[in-house]
Every structure is written in C-alpha cells, then in structure tokens.
Design a protein around this ligand. Structure first.
Ligand SMILES: NC(=O)c1ccc[n+]([C@@H]2O[C@H](COP(=O)([O-])OP(=O)(O)OC[C@H]3O[C@@H](n4cnc5c(N)ncnc54)[C@H](OP(=O)(O)O)[C@@H]3O)[C@@H](O)[C@H]2O)c1
Length: 359
C-alpha cells in the first residue's frame, strides 16, 4: 500500500490527540501537518497543547516540536503538503461546514469527526463494516464542489456505534422497532474525572442533542444512494434515551428490538459470530479481526474489561434474551473515543485509501 501524508486539523483537542497517538506508528499514514486555531498557530505542539494532553501515553517524539499551522488561514499551505486531512474542531456548525468545504475545494479530502456535514446529502457517513458502498457518492459530491480530488466524508455519532453494528446483521429479518438506552462515558464530553469531578458518584439524564442524533443518523447509514444523494432508510423506527454515567471510556447501550420475521436466539448469535465486513476482507490495519463479539456470561460486557477489545475497535454484546414486550433485548458496548471517534475515522480513511479515493 502507498504511504500518504496527512494533516490533523484540531490537533490540540481531545479527538486530535487521539488521532496523533493512533497515527504516530501507522503503516500507511504519516503525520505531516498539525493545525488548530490562531491561538495555537506558530507554537510548537507541546507548548500549544500544554497541560491539555489527556492521553495515557506520552506525546509522540515526532510531533513534539512540530509547529502548529492556522487551520483557517493556512488552508492552501496545508493542502499543498498533505494527501488528506482528519478534522475534529470545536467551532460553530456553519463555520465547520465552510472550513471543511474550503479544504475539499483546495483539492484536499477531509475525513471528519465533526457533525456539521452529517446530513449533507452527498457527504458519506461511513461505518466501514456497514456501509462502505456509500463512498460511491463522492463522485456526485466532487461534481457539486467542482473538484477532482477534494471531498468531505464524515463519521457518525459515538452513541450509535454499539447498537447499529449489533443490529446490522439482523436487518435481513426485517427490524421493525428499536428502543435503545445509552449509558455514555464522560470522555464523550471531552472530560476526565479530574476535569469533571461532579461526575464521580453521579448520573446526568441528559446529553444535549444526543437522542436526536442516535435516532436519525442510523437511517442515513442504512440509506441507499439514489441519483446524486443518499436517501435515508425509513425503517426501523428508533427511539432512544441517552444518559451520562460515571465511566471514563466506553458507551454501553441496552437495546430492545422487534422483527417482522423473528429469528431464534441461536440464529442471532450465529449472525453476530459470522459477520465480516469489507475492512475484515481487506485486512485494513485498524480493522478488528472479529468485529462483533458475544459474551455468554450474565455480567458482561463490562466497560472496564471489554472496551479495549481489539484495540478498542471491536463491539461487545451480551445478555441476549426474550422480552415480554419486544422480541428480544440485549446489551452492547463500544469504545467511544476509539471505535466511536478517532479510531473509526482512521478505519474510514484506510477504507478510502484502499479504494483509491486519495490518489
Ligand atoms: N464521535 C465522534 O466522531 C466525535 C467524538 C467526540 C468529538 N467529536 C467532535 O470532534 C470535534 C472536536 O472535539 P474535541 O472533544 O476534540 O474538542 P476540543 O478538545 O475542545 O478541541 C477542539 C479543537 O478545535 C480547535 N479549534 C477551536 N476553535 C478553532 C478555530 N476557530 N479554528 C481552528 N481550530 C479551532 C482547537 O484548537 P486550539 O487548541 O487552538 O483552541 C482544538 O484543537 C467536535 O466537533 C466534536 O463534536 C466527534
């Protein structure tokens, strides 16, 4: 596989730091440029990130002395040095939309963790095991933007990265209704127990905007390309409640599901065990070998023991059983900042690289 020079836009932030640690030793992607706001521009990375560095490993040597560029003012300069950029910035939605399109128009593809473009009809929102074929919409997006190489592709919200993968192999039974209650880690809010001590021994029953994202985004992921846009799926009906819980990393979901054609418990477990996606077939560097993992023990999956399965890129399930109102219920878990954020974006970039979208 060819090597690609990459930029990280928002390199000083929580997600940006995760990109740096994931890419420091990546076999295909070489960190060439770091960018952030004008507050950080011109400073060396260690100076700019200061005491905000929140990873459990040290800042990688290769980025320590890199001088930060200005994400907005230096677009042309950045685009000239890299094959594509990862983007995770804390800005207003309309500013992010404009920034990402400006990179695309400078012929620099963008792999984004931001939500701003998730509902743009010709921007693919890819979970590589589920809807890799949505990358084909990039041709239509390039036509709209008037670009040859440039485009924007996005990651979905972290809350749904456990239950959408678990439900996907079961779609063939006609899923009618889904109820999912999520129990979300504090790192999803960019926080640790040090920076958010109120979360120790606490639970907050509200995460702004999360329930809407958790109900709507799966329908785009399960949507189909028609003409020059992705048309959302109309089923299943999904309802959610999203709670913040005192867990550092790992989002858990308690899921209830109703089918048109109810499978057996054994069929569901077999479908999970046998599921393979394009990342597994292509053996992409960040792909888990076994994406969906069922645990028979009643007290699993647990955030602490399962979140780092296969480098935090696998999904864990357990407690599958009949329900008195729905057909079945189960519990599932995924690492919110790895599979759910930077790791999922790196896997998407590997898929796009393998399919030639950065050439
Ligand atoms: N599932 C997911 O995909 C997922 C998960 C978590 C977060 N996110 C998204 O990722 C993004 C970043 O989240 P985070 O937690 O990493 O935020 P964060 O820790 O607050 O970091 C924000 C980053 O944005 C940069 N920035 C702020 N204003 C800027 C500007 N005007 N121009 C250029 N850069 C600017 C900051 O640079 P300075 O240091 O210079 O201020 C910093 O690098 C958000 O949009 C968030 O919603 C997505």
């Amino acid at each position: 596989m060819k090597n690609y020079n990459v930029g990280i836009i928002g390199a000083t932030g929580m997600v940006g730091q995760r990109f740096i640690t994931l890419l420091a030793e990546h076999p295909w992607f070489n960190i060439k440029v770091l960018a952030a706001s004008s507050r950080s521009a011109g400073k060396k990375y260690t100076e700019a990130v200061g005491n905000r560095w929140a990873m459990t490993v040290e800042i990688p040597e290769k980025v320590k002395d890199m001088v930060i560029l200005d994400a907005t003012a230096d677009i042309e300069k950045i685009a000239a040095q890299v094959d594509f950029v990862f983007c995770a910035v804390d800005m207003k939605k309309d500013e992010i939309r404009a920034l990402e399109e400006a990179y695309a128009k400078a012929e620099c593809p963008v792999v984004s963790n931001n939500s701003a473009h998730r509902h743009t009809k010709d921007v693919p929102m890819i979970v590589p095991e589920i809807n890799p074929e949505h990358a084909e919409i990039i041709a239509a997006q390039r036509k709209r933007l008037g670009t040859k190489r440039g485009f924007v592709s996005v990651k979905s919200n972290c809350s749904l990265q456990s239950y959408v993968p678990a439900l996907h192999p079961l779609m063939k039974y006609g899923i009618k209704d889904v109820l999912a209650c999520t129990y979300q880690a504090i790192s999803g809010a960019g926080k640790t127990f040090e920076t958010w001590p109120e979360m120790v021994d606490n639970l907050i029953p509200y995460i702004g905007g999360e329930e809407e994202k958790s109900e709507i985004e799966p329908l785009k992921i399960w949507g189909k390309i028609q003409d020059d846009e992705i048309v959302d799926a109309t089923t299943p009906a999904i309802t959610t409640q999203c709670l913040r819980v005192p867990v550092s990393d790992g989002h858990t979901a308690a899921v209830f599901v109703r089918f048109e054609n109810k499978p057996t418990i054994e069929q569901i477990k077999e479908d999970w065990k046998n599921f393979r996606g394009v990342p597994q077939e292509l053996e992409l560097p960040s792909a888990p070998k076994q994406f969906l993992n069922y645990f028979e023990e009643d007290n699993r999956p647990q955030a602490k023991s399962e979140r780092n399965l296969e480098g935090g890129m696998a999904v864990s399930m357990g407690r599958l059983r009949e329900d008195s109102q729905y057909d079945y219920k189960f519990v599932c878990l995924s690492h919110n900042t790895l599979r759910g954020a930077a790791g999922g974006a790196v896997l998407m970039a590997e898929l796009l690289a393998a399919k030639g979208y950065f050439d």
